[in-house]
Ligand binder design. Structure first.
Ligand code: SME
Length: 159
């Protein structure tokens, strides 16, 4: 199976997996598990923008990670500040990269946007290899972020 085919199946599975569930922590937990298991990444998880404007560690799969990341700090905080996906082919070349694990070599961070386009959370994925993430990853991970975002937004308003 090509990466494109694998991702097409994965996006459909994510859609089915979250159907009917509105608890964002449960959904982020299961989505990180499914993406991680299917794609065999090194670290797959969510950081959630809390009321203090800081990214707080959310549900994830992989080794333990940093609890909080300020806006503009590291790859995650930069994705939050710019409100855009960031692909990092080599983390050592990204100024300010936060090394939660010394084994991480490349990374992609995708914002989850609310209905007003503000960032609610980010999906952060790390790889032990250089140059893991390309336009195929970006395209499909953005689709997954768009499936999870309305559920994350529901949480902000109702819980
Ligand atoms: N490397 C990230 C920090 C989070 S860990 O990778 C899980 C960053 O620079 O924002």
């Amino acid at each position: 199976m090509t990466k494109e085919e694998k991702y097409s199946q994965l996006v459909a599975q994510v859609r089915a997996l979250v159907e009917g569930e509105d608890d964002p922590i449960s959904v982020m937990a299961n989505v990180s598990a499914l993406v991680h298991e299917t794609m065999h990444f090194w670290w797959t998880g969510f950081y959630i923008v809390r009321a203090d404007g800081v990214l707080h560690l959310g549900p994830f799969q992989g080794p333990v990670a940093c609890y909080r990341i300020a806006r503009g700090r590291g790859v995650c905080g930069t994705a939050l500040e710019r409100n855009e996906t960031i692909v990092v082919p080599d983390v050592e070349q990204f100024p300010g990269h936060i090394a939660c694990s010394s084994e991480s070599r490349s990374e992609i961070v995708v914002p989850l946007r609310g209905s007003d386009a503000a960032v609610l959370a980010v999906l952060d994925i790390d790889s032990k290899e250089l140059n893991t993430f390309d336009e195929t990853d970006r395209h499909h991970l953005e689709a997954i972020a768009a499936i999870v975002a309305p559920i994350a937004e529901f949480n902000q308003k109702h819980l």
